[in-house]
Design a protein around this ligand. Structure first.
Ligand SMILES: Nc1nc2c(ncn2[C@@H]2O[C@H](COP(=O)(O)OP(=O)(O)OP(=O)(O)O)[C@@H](O)[C@H]2O)c(=O)[nH]1
Ligand SMILES: [Mg+2]
Length: 263
């Protein structure tokens, strides 16, 4: 069994990617199940096979503990830990190879508190896992925004400690020139710093040392796996799958049925 955790800031496209990647995997002959870990969500674009809301919802927590919506969400995520064994048993009964896990909208409450990474590791146990860190490509208006979101992705991976693929979403909404800029940054991350120095002079004046320090970090470590996708057009899902395979199984396909159509 392989776990694909989908993380990212609010509205970055986590639930739609859960839906589109699940369909893509099924269309390519693979066995998949979806897990919803968001106790606050009222509607999802897919029907989860396993759902934290069967055990706890934010509405119940609001009533039971007399909390406001934000406090209740934090409490609901913390309390979710009590039900992870139940979710794990449900997942095991499904006997599928890929488990796609959609995480709560408020990523900062999930990724940067103890509960989120604990939930992830308790759910996956010893099964191989990968995290997809989603960034909405339409908000990448400046190279410095790109840099700060890469820093956010790095912070998330330090919290969950899984191999991570940065996944730029909603590329169907990007103008061509912006898409080309982003591809240039992905292919050679040092281009981000060239563009920051050229275009973001105010940023460089204020944060010159930070920029230099990060230039050094990225020169040493790179930015890791990176892919652009659209859940609406399906652009990039094949490339995302190839990267996931590389992380999880070293490139080998893992079919449960005869693959009808291979990449
Ligand atoms: N154009 C376009 N819109 C998208 C795409 N993916 C998601 N959206 C839209 O973006 C909005 C948010 O998508 P979700 O998948 O719900 O995002 P999320 O990260 O799960 O949101 P939260 O769970 O609330 O944080 C929805 O209105 C989607 O229709 C995409 O690839 N292209
Ligand atoms: Mg969602």
């Amino acid at each position: 069994m392989y776990f694909i955790f989908i993380l990212g800031p609010a509205g970055s496209g986590k639930s739609y990617l859960t839906y589109s990647l699940t369909n893509w995997l099924i269309e390519h002959g693979m066995d998949v199940a979806t897990v919803n870990l968001d106790p606050a969500v009222t509607w999802l674009p897919y029907t989860p096979d396993v759902d934290i809301r069967d055990y706890i919802t934010v509405e119940e927590v609001i009533k039971k503990y007399n909390l406001g919506p934000n406090g209740a969400l934090i409490a609901a995520i913390d309390l979710s830990i009590n039900f992870i064994e139940n979710l794990r048993s449900e997942i095991e009964e499904l006997k599928v190879n890929y488990i796609i896990v959609d995480t709560p909208g408020q990523m900062e409450l999930f990724a940067f508190r103890t509960a989120g990474p604990t939930i992830m590791s308790s759910l996956a146990l010893n099964d191989k896992s990968v995290a997809l860190f989603l960034i909405e490509s339409t908000i990448l208006v400046k190279p410095s925004t790109f840099l700060s979101l890469i820093m956010l992705a790095l912070a998330a991976s330090i919290a969950h400690k899984l191999p991570q693929i940065i996944t730029l979403t909603k590329t169907d909404l990007l103008p061509k020139e912006k898409y080309e800029d982003i591809i240039k940054w992905i292919e050679d991350p040092m281009e981000i710093f060239k563009d920051i120095k050229r275009e973001d002079t105010i940023f460089v004046t204020q944060y010159g040392e930070v920029v230099t320090a990060f230039e050094d970090i990225i020169a040493r470590l790179g930015i890791g796996g990176f892919v652009t996708i659209s859940s609406i057009t399906g652009q990039g899902l094949d490339e995302l799958y190839a990267l996931i395979q590389r992380v999880l199984i070293g490139g080998e396909d893992f079919y449960t049925e005869e693959p009808s159509e291979i990449l």
